[in-house]
Design a protein around this ligand. Structure first.
Ligand SMILES: NC(=O)C1=CN([C@@H]2O[C@H](COP(=O)(O)OP(=O)(O)OC[C@H]3O[C@@H](n4cnc5c(N)ncnc54)[C@H](OP(=O)(O)O)[C@@H]3O)[C@@H](O)[C@H]2O)[C@@H](O)CC1
Ligand SMILES: Nc1ncnc2c1ncn2[C@@H]1O[C@H](COP(=O)(O)OP(=O)(O)O)[C@@H](O)[C@H]1O
Length: 328
């Protein structure tokens, strides 16, 4: 397994070109938050705005739009339900990406929205938080499969609990299909119980690296499995970089909202045309370094997700200095 170094992260970072305009620098769209979790939307959108995408468009609830107008007036806001009816395709000069799911609670309306996003853009999509539940549903699986076949990149960023739920749902669905096709178990309830037990046993014995790899291959995505150490699986069976590990974090990052910041960071890199794998490598590194720099300033105990956000710029600057020192 390879570990992610500052050199690899620095080389993946995009920089504005002299003749860029806000659209050629990349449009990052975010379908995030809910009435219950307005904060997740603000954190993800603010992180994306800080990480260099030229245009940030946030599809959010009314309350989140109100807050964003006050704290990030450069962000354009639209109602979340408007996403599916707009065009989201990219071209060579105009890269873009969509982040979906941070701060969702997993309601039917939200899960449909996640599937709509997967179906309505040819640009990279990052799915996070409550939106991940949509991927184990038949519609979500079908949308992911279609994107994979068409070569459209999708990134998922689960924490340990979300990864477990995704794998269990996948195993349950497979076991249910098998028992149904063989007519093994009588009632639907028995079949579901049997499938759930099998799934728990299978997933319970897996290491985080194995879980990241299993998710990336099963769903045809790049998987960033977050935790004290973070594992990135490329989902590419031909590749020599199947799983990379990031060991540079700090327990100061174990705070509500830091995952929403990470989703915005990676989303902004994707929107600037960085490949899915490199965006995850550079994004997780910058995020971890921002946590470390915030800890140096404030002490591990006092760091908040807002502090991680405000240390993204110093973390990027440190990487840029490293690149310059190496003469690249
Ligand atoms: N300000 C806001 O608006 C914020 C909004 N947020 C939004 O809330 C939504 C729900 O997300 P959520 O993460 O809070 O809850 P949920 O998905 O139920 O998982 C928690 C369960 O999983 C388990 N678990 C296992 N491993 C774990 C790990 N490494 N890290 C964490 N948990 C781990 C853990 O069980 P344990 O292992 O501790 O027994 C626990 O029982 C989501 O959309 C998110 O974006 C948040 O970002 C916060 C700020
Ligand atoms: N003990 C730890 N050491 C290093 N990094 C951690 C630790 N705990 C959590 N993190 C990082 O903090 C972030 C938490 O993300 P997540 O669990 O999705 O939080 P939230 O949903 O509240 O935003 C991830 O990037 C994870 O890797």
């Amino acid at each position: 397994m390879k570990s992610i170094t500052s050199k690899k992260a620095a080389r993946a970072l995009p920089f504005p070109r002299l003749n860029d305009n806000k659209y050629t620098r990349g449009v990052c769209e975010l379908v995030v938050g809910s009435e219950a979790f307005v904060g997740a939307a603000i954190l993800a959108v603010s992180a994306a705005n800080r990480m260099g995408a030229g245009y940030i468009r946030a599809y959010v609830c009314e309350e989140a739009a109100r807050v964003l107008h006050a704290v990030q007036p450069s962000v354009v806001t639209l109602p979340a339900g408007d996403y599916a009816s707009a065009s989201h395709n990219q071209d060579e000069r105009h890269p873009r990406a969509t982040v979906v799911g941070c701060g969702m609670r997993g309601t039917q309306v939200e899960l449909r929205l996640v599937v709509d996003v997967l179906e309505s853009t040819d640009a990279p999509v990052l799915v996070d938080g409550g939106g991940l539940a949509a991927l184990a549903m038949p519609d979500g699986m079908a949308a992911l499969k279609k994107r994979f076949i068409e070569g459209l990149p999708t990134v998922v960023t689960p924490h340990g609990g979300e990864a477990l739920r995704m794998l269990q749902a996948l195993h349950e669905q497979r076991a249910l299909e098998q028992t149904a096709s063989r007519g093994v178990l009588g009632s639907a309830r028995d079949a579901k119980e049997f499938a759930a037990r099998g799934a728990r046993a299978l997933v319970g014995n897996s290491t985080p690296q194995e879980m990241a790899l299993a998710l990336s291959r099963a769903f045809g995505v790049v998987c960033v499995l977050k935790g004290p150490d973070t594992f990135i699986a490329s989902g590419d069976e031909e590749s020599d970089r199947d799983v990379s590990a990031l060991y540079q974090g700090t327990p100061a990052l174990a705070k509500a909202g830091t995952g929403d910041v990470l989703a915005g960071v990676i989303g902004a890199l994707l929107a600037q045309g960085v490949s899915a794998y490199d965006a995850c490598v550079a994004g997780t590194f910058v995020h971890a370094r921002a946590g470390v720099l915030a800890s140096v300033d404030l002490g591990e105990t006092c760091v908040t997700a807002e502090d991680v956000l405000s240390h993204l710029a110093p973390a990027v600057s440190a990487l840029v200095r490293k690149l310059q020192k190496e003469g690249n």
